[in-house]
Ligand binder design. Structure first.
Ligand code: IMP
Ligand code: MG
Length: 179
């Protein structure tokens, strides 16, 4: 199915299963090469990264730990905007090699917050891995160490990404059809 409707919007397939799989294997191959011999913890950022990290870990063959965190956003009591909270960071990170695994890096806002929180836990190294990256939307300074695919600054769903909570289960990536 090349076109679908989610709630009030129409989306068309933009990245196939095959293309996604090649990108995932590529990232895993680099990790297997770079991270061998390190004390690696992969930290998946929920909800969006669940599908990417599951596929990625099938191709990662170095010893590692896999864990998940969630960044909860909610309106604060101050007018300054959104207050975030980090849930599930239970593992010991001290002196370890932490690889944060995201579905997508857009403005970089979420990851910048997360990286700041992580550094307080004194890991030896922190790497950023993302399935998708929108370079035209990125506004931060940190380095994206592992990137599956660079995409245009359009709204997408599928492969873990949602539109108002729906569409995460789609195995391909779909782009919003502008009306
Ligand atoms: P950032 O903080 O702007 O980098 O945005 C990160 C988060 O926004 C991602 O982890 C996604 O959950 C969400 N996001 C960004 N772009 C898209 C998109 O095109 N479709 C669905 N969710 C997106
Ligand atoms: Mg996300």
């Amino acid at each position: 199915m090349s076109k679908i409707r989610i709630l009030d919007k129409e989306f068309a397939v933009s990245i196939s299963r095959e293309t996604i799989d090649i990108a995932v294997r590529n990232v895993a191959g680099k990790m297997n090469h770079d991270l061998l011999g390190k004390d690696v913890v992969f930290l998946g950022v929920l909800n969006g990264s669940f599908m990417f990290i599951a596929d990625l870990m099938r191709y990662v063959n170095i010893p590692c730990e896999i864990s998940f965190i969630k960044v909860a956003s909610y309106s604060g009591t101050q007018s300054s905007g959104v207050i975030r909270d980090l849930i599930g960071l239970n593992e010991n990170m001290t002196g370890r090699c932490v690889v944060v695994v995201e579905d997508i890096v857009d403005t970089g806002e979420t990851l910048e917050y997360l990286l700041t929180k992580l550094k307080d836990l004194h890991p030896a190294e922190v790497y950023v891995a993302t399935c998708l990256f929108k370079p035209a939307a990125f506004r931060k300074e940190f380095k994206v160490d592992y990137c599956g695919m660079e995409i245009p600054n359009d709204f997408i769903v599928g492969y873990g990404l949602d539109y108002n909570g729906y569409g995460r289960n789609l195995p391909e990536i779909y782009t919003l059809v502008k009306s």
